[in-house]
Design a protein around this ligand. Structure first.
Ligand code: G4P
Length: 557
């Protein structure tokens, strides 16, 4: 991983910053870049990931990420259900070095039913790559994930993929981004045709033309770079097509927007790239420009204000928990995003929620199925910690002065179902499984306010999420359960708490439940019922995203 030297200590950091550490940290932070890819299934995320990893030398051959013939098989696919269904559910981190940079690609699940996991992963990302299929333009899942990026104001780099297939007009694709997402766009390159007529791209800043031609069996392209005034160009690109492209470029230039790095970093302007991941066309220029423009590890908000990554004391937060990654060991891993200072193996850190000191003796770097012990890690990196049940999503770990990072919000679930345990003798395992899966964030758990109906309510974004919970309860905890759908589709947290609900008196066409932090949540059958309530009680403050809780233990089953 990193080449910077490490040292070990088993006491919370207390001394003044030393110069060696300052220099090492400054170098590590300046060369770290991290991002997550947001896309709709099938846009080409797996394919693009694979090509990026090839550049970083992290994998040796194409097809290592997605074995041909085995659809949706990704390096990070390891769970039994994933294998059966051929989908990617969990997300891990893929770290690779490219040129002088260390890049952390936070892999997100491909299936939309697992977007909760993606939301949380985005909380650990400093940049996002938004991948679109040129023929389809913006798709529902991308819009949803984009909203999360917007909430966090993270820079978004748009890669418009599959240019080797006929796609929508490039100007229309940019218009869509501007009109529907309210993003300013700046095309870094501009395509010459698409599909059978795809001839390459013009780099707008250098005015170089990168010519695309198909190699053997059409799965690999050959790139050739020419100056825009090279007479050779006329032989390679039809005159009419070239004229059209140049006219479009003039239009873009006349529009006058600039590639302003500040606007990119505030998430207001997205640099747009056209290419084809499958044929590996435009991927390297994309990676190079991304590294030039992406923001490095940013200061993160905490209870004591923003924490600069160059702060010499270590701090980080848990953004994801995963149990039983390796069924032979029945282990649990907490993924921690390093936010400041240097993390070192064997370090003793403080767990902010409980105030306990913990020695982290086997921190891991996780790459799909494989793990290696890490000696050190820096802001922007992600480490995996064996989790003996101590960590919860949003927990802060630190050395030095007490700090607690802003928690990670829960997003509004859309499917609700009672989870029944028909076998009372299995209750102990049922309870353990439900509590652990909730802690892990595999699903949100709600409870009826009527204490006599204490079966948990599973609240999920997608049906598959519920099936995974059932499957894991059976395989990992030995409990066969039954789901009983509830027929609600919308959840809203009541920001004013229980007292504001009491003031309201009786409310109709919704069900009141409590979440694991004893906060009131209203469930509605549809948006119409929600809007009706809002009209009747305009002062009621409802939220689709649960306010963040930190420092409080949740209610267990
Ligand atoms: P995902 O992870 O976003 O779900 O998408 P994935 O990479 O699996 O790609 C979905 C399909 O789109 C795959 O085809 C893939 O080969 C294809 N694809 C990705 N990038 C491009 C591109 O630039 N051009 C073209 N023409 N196709 C692209 P598949 O038929 O599902 O699988 P395969 O048999 O091709 O591997």
């Amino acid at each position: 991983m990193s080449s910077v030297p490490s040292s070990t200590s088993n006491k919370p950091y207390s001394g003044p910053p030393d110069e060696e550490l300052e220099a090492v940290l400054a170098k590590a932070v300046s060369t770290r870049r991290n991002f997550a890819i947001i896309s709709h299934p099938d846009a080409g995320k797996t394919t693009l990931t694979e090509k990026l990893l090839l550049y970083g030398g992290a994998i040796q051959q194409a097809g290592a990420v997605k074995a041909r013939g085995e659809q949706r098989k990704v390096t990070s696919d390891w769970m039994e259900l994933e294998k059966q269904r051929g989908i990617s559910i969990t997300s891990t981190v893929l770290q690779f070095d490219y040129l002088d940079n260390t890049i952390n690609l936070l892999d997100t699940p491909g299936h939309q039913d697992f977007s909760e996991d993606t939301y949380r992963t985005l909380a650990a990302a400093d940049n996002a790559v938004m991948l679109e299929d040129a023929a389809k333009g913006l798709e529902p899942q991308t819009r949803k994930l984009f909203e999360v990026c917007r909430m966090r104001k993270i820079p978004i780099f748009t890669f418009i993929n599959k240019m080797d297939r006929s796609g929508q007009e490039p100007l229309a694709l940019l218009d869509q981004l501007e009109a529907e997402l309210g993003l300013l766009t700046w095309a870094v390159n501009w395509p010459i045709g698409s599909g059978e007529l795809f001839r390459g791209v013009i780099e707008r800043r250098t005015k170089k033309v990168i010519i695309f031609s198909r190699a053997e069996r059409g799965r690999q392209s050959i790139e050739r770079t020419l100056d825009i005034d090279d007479p050779e160009l006329e032989k390679l690109v039809e005159k009419e097509l070239l004229d059209k492209t140049l006219e479009e470029l003039e239009l873009l230039d006349a529009a006058g927007s600039e590639l302003d790095p500040d606007l990119v970093h505030s998430g207001e302007l997205t640099p747009v790239f056209f290419g084809s991941a499958m044929t590996n066309f435009g991927v390297r220029p994309f990676l190079d420009t991304f590294l030039e423009m992406a923001q490095g590890p940013v200061a993160r908000l905490s209870n004591t204000g923003p924490i600069d990554p160059l702060t010499p004391t270590f701090s980080g937060f848990v953004f994801k928990l995963q149990a039983n990654m390796d069924p032979r060991h029945r282990d649990r891993v907490a993924f921690v995003r390093v936010c400041s200072g240097r993390f070192e193996k064997d370090m003793t850190v403080r767990h902010a929620r409980t105030g306990k000191n913990i020695r982290l003796s086997r921190p891991q770097k996780i790459f799909g199925k494989d793990r290696a012990v890490v000696d050190d890690a820096y802001p922007g990196d992600v480490i995996g910690l064996n989790n003996p049940g101590m960590f919860a999503i949003g927990d802060t770990l630190y050395t030095g002065k007490h700090v607690e990072y802003e928690g990670i919000p829960c997003f509004s679930p859309e499917i609700f179902s009672w989870l029944r345990n028909p076998n009372p003798s299995a209750f102990k395992n049922f309870r353990k499984g439900v509590n652990e899966l909730r802690e892990e964030g595999a699903v949100q758990i709600l409870y009826d306010i009527d204490q006599s109906k204490r079966d948990p309510i599973l609240a999920a974004v997608g049906q598959l999420q519920l099936e995974v919970v059932q499957h894991r309860l059976e395989n990992e905890y030995g409990v066969i359960t039954r789901l009983e759908p509830m027929g609600y589709q919308v959840a809203r947290w009541v920001n004013g708490g229980w007292s504001s609900l009491e003031d309201l008196g009786r409310v109709f066409n919704c069900k009141t439940v409590q979440d694991a932090w004893n906060r009131p949540v209203l469930l509605f059958k549809n948006d119409w019922n929600l809007n009706q309530l809002k009209e009747e009680h305009p002062d009621l403050d409802l939220s689709a995203v649960a306010p963040v809780v930190s420092g409080v233990d949740p209610i267990s089953l």
